[in-house]
Design a protein around this ligand. Structure first.
Ligand code: CDP
Length: 225
């Protein structure tokens, strides 16, 4: 029987999950899914429509009106929210400040996890997020749990954001990452935690090439089974 391969990558905010996930997908011709982009797009919709997060009925109604799609023309994240490309906007601070609160809502998680599981049903896939190896694909063949020095993570994200946000400070970015990590690890529903069988990957001192080779060496045994 041919089963599809799932690679689950979880870890803290901005520790390079998507960089390595994209590189693996490109190398092995797997589908790449950025689950964080889905929560970010939901947060953007809630922000734009002033959804009251404590109002379950309003949240449920809003979720029915949200249609997300990934356009996989390359190995970058191109996500549409109701047919509008929002890939740039979801990375900006207003969304980053709201997303972890939105992602802690039960109804939001149920809907996103359902969609994510559908995407990984029959295709070889690399998905990164916070609960991929624990809740979305607990049976994934390969799981990584990524981490890196918080200061290095903030510096990397600050550098990414600067071209479009020349005003943004390193402190602001550092605070946002720390706050999201706190919210993500302490929430009731599917908190960020290492799955028992996840391989720890600390990339503080690794080059992108080194971490990719390490990851590939762990995936290769499953390729020709
Ligand atoms: O890119 P970065 O690591 O900063 O974050 P992201 O992967 O875009 O995820 C944004 C936020 O979505 C996280 O801080 C979590 O609150 C939430 N998230 C989640 O709850 N579960 C996932 N599987 C992915 C993201």
């Amino acid at each position: 029987m041919n089963t599809n391969i799932v690679v689950a990558i979880d870890g803290y905010s901005s520790c390079g999950k998507s960089t390595i996930a994209k590189a693996i997908a490109k190398e092995l011709h797997f589908i790449y899914v950025d689950s964080g982009a889905m929560y970010r797009a939901v947060a953007l919709y809630f922000l734009r429509n002033n959804i009251d997060l404590s109002n379950e009925k309003q949240v449920a109604e809003a979720l029915k009106n949200i249609h997300l799609n990934f356009n996989s023309r390359d190995y970058e994240t191109h996500i549409t929210l109701n047919d509008e490309e929002v890939s740039e906007e979801i990375r900006q601070m207003p969304v980053s400040e709201k997303v972890s609160t939105v992602a802690a809502i039960h109804a939001v998680r149920v809907e996103m996890v359902k969609q994510q599981q559908r995407m990984g049903k029959s295709k070889n896939i690399v998905m990164d997020g916070r609960d991929i190896g624990t809740a979305v694909f607990p049976d994934a063949q390969v799981k990584f749990f990524m981490t890196a020095d918080p200061k290095i993570r903030a510096e990397r994200r600050h550098k990414e954001l600067l071209p479009k946000n020349p005003e943004i400070t390193l402190e602001e970015v550092f605070e946002n990452l720390a706050h999201r990590d706190y919210q993500d690890t302490t929430r009731k529903e599917s908190p960020l935690v290492r799955a028992d069988d996840a391989i720890i990957l600390d990339n503080t001192d690794l080059t992108q090439k080194e971490q990719l080779l390490f990851a590939l060496s762990r995936i290769e045994p499953f390729l020709n089974q």
